[in-house]
Design a protein around this ligand. Structure first.
Ligand SMILES: Cc1cc2nc3c(=O)[nH]c(=O)nc-3n(C[C@H](O)[C@H](O)[C@H](O)COP(=O)(O)OP(=O)(O)OC[C@H]3O[C@@H](n4cnc5c(N)ncnc54)[C@H](O)[C@@H]3O)c2cc1C
Length: 430
């Protein structure tokens, strides 16, 4: 793989963050190189997402970004086919205890100007989703939310970057960020160095390994979420569905993608890296201990001992191994979904997969162009809901790389929040 020796913007990671950044920066006339260690795009988080492009049910600070992102996804769908469906999002309520949570989420949405978000009783919910003939109490509804096939959406943005002139390099690992005199000057890679005044790191769970090379600590805990996909069934619903215990969407081909939904149980491989930032993680781990399955990853611990480091870039795998899948968890979610949509009873699961999620201590992203050397932008910690945001993250990273500032509201996502004052605890595990 031959890399250009220089670029205006060097982007690390061809998940949705990096792909959308490369496309936006190249469209604005910059010379761009997009580098990923894997052999193609979307091999990590972005290719494993459920594919809900969800606006509702977010922290207030994320609403403006999510609204713009869904608008950008909708415009992109006129240019490429990635199974985009705008069917709205339903949060099903199956118990009384969930009502205060959903009321709070509706209030947050209204405060952000999303006045279409509303609470429905079961009868009105069934007018929107007639196949939901099983027992439930109501739902929270947002008509603007959408869905797409995530690996196709990411590949679309990579292709769009290529069309706009970006150089795409798969199978190349970035081993170090380069800086001189407080400015970023490029990156070192397994295919040689690339020099440039702006570097965007969208490296998902591996971001802390790279930022450490310029002395920046980014608190990310990798956890695994699981999904399944059924055999094709008759067309039943176009909405994305979320609830405590299940989440789903139906693809245009009839397959139903099922996740464990709100506040899902996740798996974390315990390693020596967990000793970094214990102050930040312990409160979250303790309050969500029922949602956290811990496995000791002895192979990784031995590697860390051999490297005498928990964050060396030598510990970033060239090709990431398949994450462990919690099949019983998502089988149970399919059973709960089938309780609400009885026509899904008997639908066979044909594919299971797990994906690494980059969670932060407060469950909010890190979007920051000021934390490190001038010219470095970090976008990570998308905490299990960042696929939606991809296109707007690309615009933000481009603003920061080419203009040094952005008009989009990102102050709440600064890395400094983890070192200045107390850190808010999220309301749910994921
Ligand atoms: C099971 C699951 C379900 C999800 N469902 C949804 C959903 O429905 N809706 C939603 O909005 N979000 C969802 N998410 C979250 C979403 O997938 C992520 O927030 C988003 O895809 C992260 O994108 P990214 O580009 O930042 O990171 P990634 O997609 O993880 O990409 C990072 C890339 O960086 C590359 N990389 C890392 N280190 C290096 C290096 N040193 N050199 C070169 N390349 C490197 C990796 O190979 C990788 O390709 C889900 C996640 C999972 C796992």
């Amino acid at each position: 793989m031959t890399l250009p020796s220089t670029a205006d913007v060097i982007v690390v990671g061809s998940g949705i963050t990096g792909a959308a950044t490369a496309a936006a920066a190249a469209a604005r006339g910059a010379s761009v190189v997009l580098i990923d260690k894997e052999e193609g795009p979307a091999r990590e988080g972005s290719g494993r997402a459920q594919g809900s492009l969800r606006v509702q049910g977010r922290h207030g600070a994320e609403f403006p970004l999510a609204q713009e992102a869904v608008r950008l996804w909708t415009e992109a769908a006129e240019d490429g086919d990635f199974e985009m469906v705008t069917g709205g999002n339903l949060y099903f309520r199956t118990t009384d205890e969930e009502l205060p949570v959903l009321r709070h989420l509706v209030d947050e949405a209204h405060r952000a100007g999303l006045t279409d978000v509303e609470l429905l009783d079961a009868e009105r919910t069934r007018e929107i989703i007639p196949c939901a003939t099983g027992p439930f109490q109501g739902a929270m509804w947002s008509p603007v939310d959408a869905a797409c096939q995530p690996e196709k959406g990411t590949a679309y943005y990579v292709e769009r970057a290529r069309r706009a002139g970006a150089h795409i390099a798969h199978g190349v690992k970035v081993t170090r960020l380069l800086e001189a005199g407080g400015r970023i000057t490029g990156v070192d890679t397994t295919a040689g160095p690339v020099q440039g005044p702006a570097v965007v790191v969208g490296a998902g769970v591996w971001t802390p390994h790279l930022t450490r090379t310029v002395g920046l600590k980014v608190p990310i805990m990798p956890v695994i979420m699981s999904e399944l996909e059924t055999e094709p069934v008759e067309p039943l619903f176009t909405q994305t569905i979320r609830a405590f215990g299940f989440g789903a969407r139906q693809r245009p081909c009839g397959r139903v993608v099922v996740s464990a939904g709100l506040n899902a149980k996740v798996t974390h491989d315990v390693t020596l890296a967990d000793l970094n930032g214990l102050r930040l993680w312990l409160p979250r781990a303790l309050s969500f201990r029922k949602n956290l399955k811990l496995h000791l990853d002895t192979r990784r611990v031995l590697q860390q001992i051999r490297h005498r480091s928990t964050l060396s870039t030598g510990l970033v795998p060239d090709i990431s191994p398949e994450p462990w899948v919690d099949r019983p968890l998502v089988d149970a979610s399919l059973a709960r979904l089938s309780n609400v949509i009885p026509e899904l009873r008997g639908a066979r699961a044909e594919r299971y997969w797990g994906g690494l999620v980059d969670i932060t201590p407060d469950g909010l992203p890190v979007i920051d162009g000021k934390a490190g050397p001038t010219g470095l932008t970090i976008i990570t910690g998308l905490s299990g809901h960042g696929f939606t945001l991809g296109p707007v993250l690309g615009e933000i990273a481009t603003d920061l790389s080419l203009e040094g500032r952005t008009n989009r509201p990102i102050d709440d996502f600064a890395l400094a929040r983890f070192t200045e004052g107390s850190v808010a605890r999220p309301e749910m595990m994921i």
